[in-house]
Design a protein around this ligand. Structure first.
Ligand code: ADP
Length: 407
């Protein structure tokens, strides 16, 4: 109903006296303009209804041999304007039938008063508009729901494709790589006397290339696995997780004379294996990107935040990162150095980001170029996550080198 224009009413009524009654009642309503059209038969009503020209229909129950309920059904099939059924005398059974058949309301003509009629018309139109808006939003939600389901299906299909790709990468790519690497080593050992120094140098390039390619394939596989495999959540003590990462890196820690401090790390709900990978990658980088002749000093802290997350900080005293690369380094295969300066595949931080994001957190870096870097990440807290203040550890290992850092 538009307040700024008159309400168009179609009256379907075979009794002219009743038409006059309704016309006069509507004419008495103050401040509201009604434009009343009148049709006296079922058939002429059908023609008018086809034109969709009215905001509301007032339909008399008795229409010669036909009745208003029959017309109500036809109106509802092709029109969404409300219908009020009128009858000459109060009839409760008709009232109930009319409403359950889709009438907006039922009115007894013998008790009509202009304010009552006006109220019923206005209320019916407003209710009808509210229902239309509700249907419209329901339709939108259904479409959104459908789209979401479709996206879910596409996502699981692309996950399956990614896993297929991981499978192909592991078998089909590694197989020829093994052959190249094996035969190159054979050439080098069995034909070395026939090669001059340049040929030896070329052989070394090939071996180095295959070595790096193997690293790339393995890291890519790890990355795709972390993205597609189901999270196995459990209560995880981060002190133990860091301890395990340190044990895995013992050789490089010893070689670099790295000092790693961690304390008061919390217990939280997470995928343990992925958390080990996360800390391990950050530690690998903190050790690898160290300054010349300065042994790495690394510390790991955690604190709870106002938004019910754990905020972890991994601080090193390494070469640092220029501000303009803060985002770029978290993208897969993005590196800031050649492999001659620092070995690596550029997958480590992308993997860290994937792990953190799969746990519902964020990861970022802040750095002082030439001095230090701090990697921050959050993991949402929940009821099982609690601080573990009794654990205070310091780790300083000195063992032979491992191949993880050599990639
Ligand atoms: P990779 O270590 O294989 O190069 P990453 O994805 O782990 O790949 O890191 C991307 C880049 O971010 C690195 O090449 C390096 O330039 C920079 N970077 C990562 N961690 C550190 C750090 N602790 N200190 C300085 N630079 C870092």
């Amino acid at each position: 109903m538009a307040n700024d224009r008159s309400i168009k009413v179609l009256l379907v009524e075979d009794d002219e006296d009743d038409y006059i009654l309704i016309r006069d009642l509507l004419g008495e309503v103050p401040e509201q303009q009604f434009q009343l059209d009148w049709v006296a038969t079922f058939e002429t009503a059908l023609t008018a209804i086809h034109q969709h020209n009215h905001d509301i229909y007032l339909v008399d129950y008795r229409l010669g041999e036909r009745d208003g309920l029959e017309l109500l059904k036809l109106i509802n099939q092709q029109n969404d304007s409300p219908v009020i059924i009128l009858s000459g005398q109060g009839d409760r059974a008709l009232d109930i039938t009319a409403l359950s058949s889709g009438a907006a309301d039922y009115l007894d003509k013998s008790y009509l008063h202009s304010s009552v009629l006006e109220h019923y018309i206005r209320a019916s139109i407003e209710r009808n508009q509210a229902i239309k808006a509700l249907r419209e939003s329901e339709k939108k939600y259904r479409e959104l729901f459908k789209r979401e389901n479709q996206l879910r299906r596409e996502l699981s299909r692309s996950n399956a494709e990614l896993q297929d790709f991981a499978h192909i990468a592991s078998h089909d790519l590694q197989e020829p790589l093994r052959a190249i690497s094996g035969y190159t080593k054979l050439l080098k050992t069995e034909y070395s006397s026939e090669f001059d120094s340049t040929a030896h140098e070329y052989m070394d390039f090939v071996i180095d290339g295959t070595h790096r390619m193997r690293g790339l394939i393995e890291d890519l596989l790890t990355y795709s696995r972390v993205g597609t495999s189901e999270l196995i959540l459990g209560t995880v003590d981060c002190n133990k997780v860091v301890e395990e990462a340190i044990t895995n890196l013992q050789t490089s820690i010893e070689e670099a004379r790295a000092d790693i401090i961690y304390r008061d790390l919390p217990c939280l709900t997470a995928d343990r294996t992925q958390l080990v990978q996360l800390f391990q990658n950050l530690l690998v980088n903190a050790i690898k990107f160290r300054r010349q002749n300065i042994s790495p000093q690394i510390s790991i802290h955690a604190e709870s935040t106002e938004d019910k997350s754990w905020l972890f900080k991994v601080v090193d005293n390494g070469i640092g990162i220029k501000t303009e690369y803060y985002d770029r380094i978290f993208k897969i295969f993005k590196r800031l150095h050649t492999h001659r300066e620092f070995s690596g595949t550029g997958v480590g931080l992308a993997l860290c980001r994937k792990i953190v994001e799969r746990h519902g957190g964020k990861i970022w870096v802040e750095s002082e170029l030439g001095n230090s870097s701090t990697f921050f990440f959050t993991i949402p807290n929940n009821s099982t996550n609690q601080n573990n203040p009794t654990n205070q550890s310091r780790s300083s290992f000195f063992f032979p080198s491992i191949d993880f850092l050599e990639r």
